[in-house]
Design a binder for this molecule. Sequence first.
Ligand SMILES: [Zn+2]
Length: 391
Amino acid sequence: MKREENGDIKDYLACVKSVDDNIGRVLDYLKENNLEENTIIVVTSDQGFYLGDHGFFDKRFIYEESLRMPFMVKYPGKIKAGSDNEDIITNIDFAPTLLELAGISTTQKMHVIGESARRANFSLYGYHKKTNPLLSKLNNLYAYPANSSATYTTAGVKSILDHKKSRNFYEILPNYLYRNGIDVIWRTTNWGEPNINIKNYINKQDLGKICLNKSSGYDEILLCGLKERIQNSGSNKMFIVLHTSTSHGPTYSKKYPKQFNQFLPICESVELSKCTQEELINAYDNTILYTDYILSEVIKDLSQLKGYNSTMLFVSDHGESLGEKNLYMHGFPMSIAPKEQFEIPFIVWTSNDSVILKENKSLSQYHVFHSVLDFLAIESPVYDATMSIFK
Ligand SMILES: [Zn+2]
């Protein structure tokens, strides 16, 4: 080692010693003023540094020495002195960790609108085929029976966003929240939506420009970059809507990637009456299997966001006929519609064990509006506590 390099290392170590001395002064002050117990001390860095390693005296190359940094915490009562944590953390974990220690969390509501998802074909509701292998393994997941108030998309989606059944046009949930300063995101691969007057509205074409991968033709494109978008929000209340199209007929078999072709044989014709009912139901069940995957990926993303208090709701716009009474798809007048067209799933997941839900024996689409206001703690003259799913 050259002499000047040796000198640099001594200078560097002197700096480290100086930092240590001054942290000692801070600790002494806290002790003298009885502030030790309720003060969190964190010693960390923005990055590491080379001290001749690899021939460098710098930091701007990706080797272990410049990537590694210390993260030391002193917080009596919460963190045991001398304990080690081998998990890898990074700079973006600092803010959520400190917010959690301070008891402050970001609240967010994720709402997934299903398309033509009928309740009877979800194993969460007792279906004999395993169409929910992933969701059925999760904790804090609740599946409530619900009926849609219509059998076609525009009316079903409107009911999910309205605060009550009415022929009048009231301000819908995303517009109301956006106007009240909530960070609202709407991503869609579907259509038939009322006017969504928010800044962050992204349709399938726009998502396709930023999300290029092999599955981008399917509904999982809705999740592309979403976790990072949430982390960069800067708002402590968020409402995110993913409007899917997975179970929309008649081409059920075209709505999911090949690996979800698990129930066979399937109907591949657009003329549904040319397939056997078994082929038709198999193709449809594969769309529910894919929905199970998408919802579990949403929950995985939300679970990884530490310091966030999240819930996910999945409610469909209407159900679907699959050849029962020789009826196909949906759109029958509500007064004479078969139950397959209006019996829908209402699935809830919460990140927080302390969030308690009511018994909620049977729900409507209008429960969404009031549950979202309740969860985000937003006061409103139209809020009806009896319509919230939360205790
Ligand atoms: Zn629909």
